[in-house]
Design a binder for this molecule. Sequence first.
Ligand SMILES: C[S@@+](CC[C@H](N)C(=O)[O-])C[C@H]1O[C@@H](n2cnc3c(N)ncnc32)[C@H](O)[C@@H]1O
Length: 299
Amino acid sequence: MTKPNDRHVPVLLKEAIDFLNVRAGGTYVDCTLGLAGHAEGILRLLGPKGHLIGFDRDPEALELARARLAGVSSELDSQAPQVTLIGEAFSSIASHVKPASVDGLLADFGVSSLQFDEAHRGFSFQADGPLDMRMDTRSGQTAEQVVNEANERELADLIYEYGEERRSRRIARAIVRGRPVTTTGELARIVASAAPAMKQERIHPATRTFQALRIYVNRELDEIKALLEAAPKLLKPSARLVVISFHSLEDRIAKDSLREGAQKGIWEILTRKPVTAGEEETDRNPRSRSAKLRAAEKL
Ligand SMILES: C[S@@+](CC[C@H](N)C(=O)[O-])C[C@H]1O[C@@H](n2cnc3c(N)ncnc32)[C@H](O)[C@@H]1O
């Protein structure tokens, strides 16, 4: 059987570590630990005076990351850096991390393969499960509540805005007629019959609706905006920011925020165009196909 940690292959690992410019003795923050693939890469370079601070608001992911990093630390023994793990949303970063104390900050947005592959988390239409979709399973509205409680107009708007789905009105109408909708399978069938796949379309017809609900349930875009706003205050001069996004809504926020910061003299942008995965990586790890990495240095 595959252990969860083996299933997740970190995206653009070498590029992320290189752009972070990880140096022994430094303080680095991984805002999205997931299964700690990137975090392990950073940890191995920090040395005994270094400090890794990690965030994940998913309690299950945090515990898996903790176990993986503890294993690496015991292997590194007296050379192991300090590790601090925080089970909260990264938008709260400024209440946990001191101003001008960080040498590098990484955020690898979106859902982890652990979340996506476990049917009971409700992120995937490929396996039938309860419509949950919360990263932080301790609080907040589930996708089931949204789908069954929002009115048709609200549903259509959120599917359009966060899924960039042109057929959102038709889909919202079908969802409202099909209520109550309680599983990912039911929702996928409703969406697929209301808006069947168009010719030449390679993705499942429910992909955009699921993306929209996930972003809405987890307030993902607000989280990213809050993090990018807080980041400059937390970084030392010459420290690095590296963000990896997986769809255009995330990438646009990162691009605009860095550009605006560069105009104000906060950042020097290190990636004029976003860095993407090479053929070897996309063959090995299909998830890397949509990844875009942007990096900047604090001035
Ligand atoms: C794509 S995965 C990260 C994978 C990780 N880089 C690795 O190598 O395994 C994203 C992780 O970030 C977490 N996450 C997403 N948004 C978050 C937020 N706003 N605050 C804290 N954690 C978040 C998710 O729960 C998920 O575990």
